[in-house]
Design a protein. Sequence first.
Length: 137
Amino acid sequence: MSAIITCTTKLKNKNDLVEALKLMGVPKEHMQVAGYGETVKHNGYGNQKRQVEVNISKKWHSGYGDIGFEKTEDGTYQLHQDDLDARKLEGKSGGEFMVRVQQFYTASVSARTLKENGFVPEIKTEEDRVLVRAVAY
């Protein structure tokens, strides 16, 4: 039987979250990002529906349900996904999905901060690691 998993995160910046998902390889056409103060529809397995700020279509990972990130009252995002999609998500993201999201989110924040301080960031992956390098010209 399928069930929705909800993961609490410490992720707070929607733009960095979206950039992290892009760096992970989620195509733009499979991602919906709500405007400021708005939400988009998240379709879980069966008839489970909710409103989220960032949604990844199940078409991306050929899963049972969409992947959604919902902003909570404390300003962090919760991840909603179907438990039966975990293995498919590992294959698409190169490891445990939430761990990879956190790694790429950290890389996104680091790259943004480096750019703001005049550096040119380079992001690359090596096996299960995401590396950020600052280049000064």
